[in-house]
Design a protein around this ligand. Structure first.
Ligand code: G4P
Length: 535
């Protein structure tokens, strides 16, 4: 690839390259098989030679994404990044999301940067709590969802029962593209509902290589599998009768969800998923700005920061801002404008990052994710552009549910303390709230999940060399308020008013009863809810 030589050419290549992109994330409950599926996808696209080398959990080989001891000890993935690979003629961007519920805010931010989501469901467990939460976020954002029923090689629920569960719990109409032949645990393969063919499932040892998917005609399948195949055919007909056939418009409109049956650990169904993404998932489109006006793909370069991260590992102690490109062509080295400060930002160090693997990016297009190195000025939600200014909608901050006063253990480390707190705030690791009552030296940290406190404490000590004490506060609820309401809120028992770094005022309450009491007493007071983690 070479850099575009004229604006017209750049616009044309932005549009053409965007059409080849598929940018998505996997949403699932921990243990449904997200890491396994990610490995299998990468293996399929031949990014790496053997499953396990990209990503994994405690004890697995090449646990690339566990950049912190804490993450490794617990076997959870906190950081997120993007994996890019070619498949057929398409370029796939798979954005990684942290699995643990305490980091749902991070996942939410990642979901602002995708065009589609894969909802991964454990065949034995069905729709679990975290899947439902993330599903709600996708629905709220109107992100089309492809459903993958995983672990079909193991005993699990009945396939039709799972379809009912999807309908009842998500309101989406499941439209299976494949249908299992053999019950969960006796996986013979799948019936491809569009061609009527049989894709036979063959096991491979540990899923380390791509399972050969043998394609048989319906006649061959009948001869081979007998009644089991005929039953799958009957069920597939039943699905057609009940209107469960794929419909592109209703999929893109978030009304239906194509369903695939898979065994990620054996790499079965992974090729079908990639084909589905390429054939059906939407390519990047022009993105609405904060006023709702769409900036087309052909417009000059623009992007927004959806994640900021630092201290990824000892070898790279730097700060990375991940941007999702929305329009135009990104060329490394170009000088763009940072919307919030209107200052120029030089993109000399641009990388693609997945786990510990980094590659320099020279050119990128709408839908792509680029990690900008040493991007100290960039915060989550910031817009970047060249030529024509644009401000993308701010990335929503979740309503925090846990609060703690943070103090430096060593008062001599005041500078390090301040710097660390500021950085954690702009990265969105925690929300930092200031209160007049407590002063600058002891701000209030607010989080959605308590594990975020652990990350903050760990990083303050190890990265900023400023060990901290946290004193938990008894609040569990935050509401947006205004300056006029402050005296009344402050005078009420069990509440406190604090200020976000963007100037917004928040009233903190111990529980909803304290809030209700205040509302009953003063009906004119301004108290607006923030976006809740459980939408
Ligand atoms: P997560 O990232 O969603 O949390 O899940 P992960 O991929 O780590 O998978 C959780 C467990 O489920 C792993 O087993 C994994 O091997 C298993 N698994 C994933 N996909 C399939 C599948 O299609 N079939 C079967 N039978 N198992 C699957 P583990 O015992 O926790 O880890 P490991 O020792 O196997 O690595």
């Amino acid at each position: 690839m070479t850099a575009a030589s004229s604006p017209g050419e750049a616009a044309r290549s932005a549009v053409a390259e965007a059409a080849r992109r598929r940018t998505f994330a996997v949403i699932s409950h921990p243990d449904a098989g997200k890491s396994t599926l990610t490995e299998a996808l990468a293996l399929h696209a031949r990014v790496i030679g053997q499953a396990g080398a990209v990503h994994g959990k405690a004890g697995r080989r090449g646990t690339v994404s566990d950049w912190m001891d804490m993450e490794r000890d617990r076997g959870i993935s906190i950081t997120s990044a993007a994996l890019q690979f070619g498949y057929r003629d398409a370029v796939i961007n798979l954005l990684d999301t942290p699995g643990h519920a305490d980091f749902s805010e991070d996942t939410y931010r990642v979901l602002t940067a995708v065009d589609a989501a894969v909802m991964l469901v454990d065949a034995a467990k069905g729709l679990e709590a975290q899947t439902m939460k993330l599903f709600a976020v996708c629905k709220h954002r109107g992100i089309p969802i492809v459903t993958v029923i995983n672990k079909w090689d193991r005993p699990g629920k009945d396939a039709l029962e799972l379809m009912d569960e999807i309908t009842e719990r998500t309101g989406l109409t499941p439209t299976p593209l494949t249908w299992p032949v053999g019950i969960a645990g006796d996986f013979r393969g799948v019936l491809d509902r569009r061609s009527g063919d049989f894709r036979r499932f063959t096991r491979t040892a540990g899923g380390a290589t791509i399972a050969p998917e043998e394609l048989l005609s319906a006649e061959e399948a009948t001869a081979r599998e007998g009644d089991v195949w005929l039953q799958a055919q009957e069920e597939a007909e039943l699905l057609t009768e009940t209107g469960a056939d794929h419909d592109q418009e209703s999929f893109l409109g978030g009304v239906s969800t194509p369903v695939l049956f898979a065994s990620a650990v054996s790499n079965f169904g992974v090729g079908a998923l990639l084909d589905t993404l390429v054939d059906l998932a939407p390519a990047p489109a022009g993105r609405p700005d904060a006023e709702g006006a769409v900036r087309g793909l052909a417009a000059p370069f623009s992007a927004f920061v959806f994640k900021v991260q630092s201290g990824m590992d000892a070898a790279h102690r730097d700060r990375l801002a991940y941007i999702r490109i929305c329009s135009g062509v990104f060329e490394r080295g170009m000088v763009v404008t940072h919307g919030r400060t209107r200052r120029p930002f030089a993109t000399k160090y641009a990388q693609q990052v997945f786990g510990r693997d980094r590659e320099v990016v020279d050119l990128a297009y709408p839908g792509d994710v680029v990690g900008l190195v040493n991007a100290n000025a960039l915060g989550v939600g910031d817009s970047l552009y060249s030529e024509k200014p644009v401000t993308y909608p701010p990335v929503t901050t979740f309503a925090p549910e846990h609060f703690a006063v943070v103090r430096s253990k060593d008062t001599a480390k005041h500078k390090q303390f301040r710097k660390g707190i500021e950085q954690l705030d702009s990265e969105g690791v925690v929300q930092v709230l200031r209160s007049d009552r407590r002063g600058d030296g002891s701000p209030v940290l607010a989080v959605v999940g308590p594990m975020q406190f652990e990350v903050a404490t760990h990083r303050m000590e190890h990265e900023f060399n400023a060990a901290v004490h946290l004193d938990r506060l008894p609040y569990s609820l935050a509401m947006r308020t205004d300056a006029e309401s402050v005296p009344l809120v402050s005078a009420s028992g069990g509440t406190e008013v604090v200020q976000r770094s963007n100037g917004e005022l928040l009233a903190l309450f111990t529980d909803k009863w304290a809030l209700r009491m205040l509302q009953q007493r003063h009906s004119t007071i301004t108290l607006e809810p923030l976006v809740a983690a459980q939408l």
